[in-house]
Ligand binder design. Structure first.
Ligand code: R5P
Length: 301
C-alpha cells in the first residue's frame, strides 16, 4: 500500500502513512500558463494499492482529486482507495429552486467514474448521510463514512479533564444534535442544542431558547460539523454569553474558516477554536489519521 497525499491533504496524508508504516508518494502540482492544473505522480506505484488522500474544499481540489485518480490508474495500480476527508459541495444535496444542479450528485458521479481501479471511498462526517446515496451508482465503488466525534470528545476530555467547572456541549442548531450527543455522551457531559434560522449565506439568527441544562458559569464546548463563515458560532456564542455561560470553546470537524470567520468568532467571545485536519489549518489540533489508518490497516495483510 502506498499513500498519495493530494495538495489539500498533505499533512494528513503524511500522518496516515506514518500510522500505517507505508511509503508516501510525492506529486507535482502546478498550473499551466493559462491557469489549467497540472498534476503528476512522482514515484513507482505500479501494482500497488494506492490510497489517494484529498479533501475537496474548492473546485481546484476536486480537479486535483480527479487527476490523481486518473494518474494512479494510468500508472497501473492494482487498486485505488480515495480518502476524501472533507467532501465539499455536499450541502447542495437537493434542488432548492427549479433548475439548480444537485452538486453532490454531479461530484459523486465524476469521482465514481474517474478510474475503473477505484474500489472504495472514505469520507468523514458528511453533512447529511443520505447524500451518500449519490455514490451508489452503476459502478462497483463502496463508500464508507467515518465519524470523528469520539476524537473530539477525547480531546475535550484531555483538555478539560482537570477543569474545576463542568463541561456542557452545545450544538448550534438541530442539525448538530447527533454530533453534540456523540461528543458528550461517552464522557457524561451534558448537552443541548440551540435553534437556528439562516437569513443569508453568512448571516444566521439563533433564537433565544430555554436550555434543558443550567449553563451559568460552566465551560461550554459548541460543536458543529462545518464552520464556514463563522456566523453560526458567533451568534451562538453571543446568546450563550447573554445567558452567563463560563468560557466558550468551539470544536468542529471541518474548519473551512472563510472570509473573517476566525475574527468573527473570537470577537463574539470564543476563547479557543479547535478543528480536525480534514481541512488543514492552524486550528487542526485533532488528527483523524488514526481513524483512517484503522480502516486501511486490514488491507496491509
Ligand atoms: C449547517 O447546517 C452546518 O452544520 C453549519 O452550521 C454551517 O455550515 C456553518 O456555517 P457558517 O459558519 O457559515 O455559519
Amino acid at each position: 500500500m502506498k499513500i498519495i497525499p493530494g495538495k489539500a491533504s498533505q499533512a494528513l496524508g503524511a500522518r496516515i502513512a506514518a500510522e500505517l508504516g507505508c511509503e508516501l508518494v510525492l506529486c507535482e502540482f502546478r498550473r499551466f500558463p493559462d491557469g489549467e492544473l497540472y498534476t503528476r505522480i512522482i514515484g513507482d506505484v505500479e501494482g500497488e494499492h494506492a490510497v489517494v488522500v484529498q479533501s475537496i474544499r474548492s473546485d481546484t481540489d476536486l480537479v486535483v482529486l480527479l487527476q490523481l485518480l486518473d494518474a494512479a490508474e494510468a500508472e497501473g495500480v492494482s487498486k485505488i482507495t480515495a480518502v476524501i476527508p472533507y467532501l465539499g459541495y455536499a450541502r447542495q444535496d437537493k434542488q432548492f429552486k427549479p433548475g439548480e444542479a444537485v452538486s453532490i450528485r454531479a461530484i459523486a458521479r465524476s469521482i465514481c467514474f474517474s478510474a475503473p481501479a477505484l474500489d472504495s471511498i472514505y469520507v468523514v462526517n458528511v453533512h447529511d448521510r443520505a447524500e451518500l446515496r449519490y455514490f451508489q451508482i452503476d459502478v462497483d465503488v463502496r463508500v464508507h463514512e467515518l465519524d470523528a466525534s469520539p476524537l473530539i470528545g477525547d480531546y475535550i476530555m484531555k483538555m478539560m479533564g482537570i477543569a474545576p467547572t463542568p463541561v456542557v456541549v452545545i450544538g448550534p442548531d438541530e442539525g448538530a444534535e447527533e454530533l453534540a450527543r456523540a461528543v458528550a455522551t461517552p464522557y457524561g457531559f451534558d448537552y443541548d442544542v440551540l435553534e437556528k434560522k439562516r437569513l443569508t449565506g453568512d448571516e444566521v439568527e439563533i433564537k433565544p431558547k430555554e436550555l434543558s441544562i443550567d449553563i451559568e458559569g460552566k465551560n461550554i464546548f459548541i460543536v458543529d460539523d462545518i464552520i464556514s463563515t463563522g456566523g453560526t458560532i458567533a451568534e451562538a456564542t453571543k446568546l450563550l454569553r447573554e445567558q452567563n455561560a463560563g468560557d466558550i470553546y468551539v470544536a468542529c470537524v471541518h474548519g473551512l474558516f472563510v472570509q473573517n470567520a476566525v475574527l468573527r468568532m473570537l470577537h463574539a467571545g470564543v476563547k479557543e477554536l479547535i478543528s480536525t485536519d480534514t481541512v488543514e489549518s492552524l486550528f487542526s489540533r485533532v488528527s483523524i489519521a488514526k481513524l483512517v489508518a484503522k480502516e486501511l490497516e486490514p488491507g496491509l495483510q
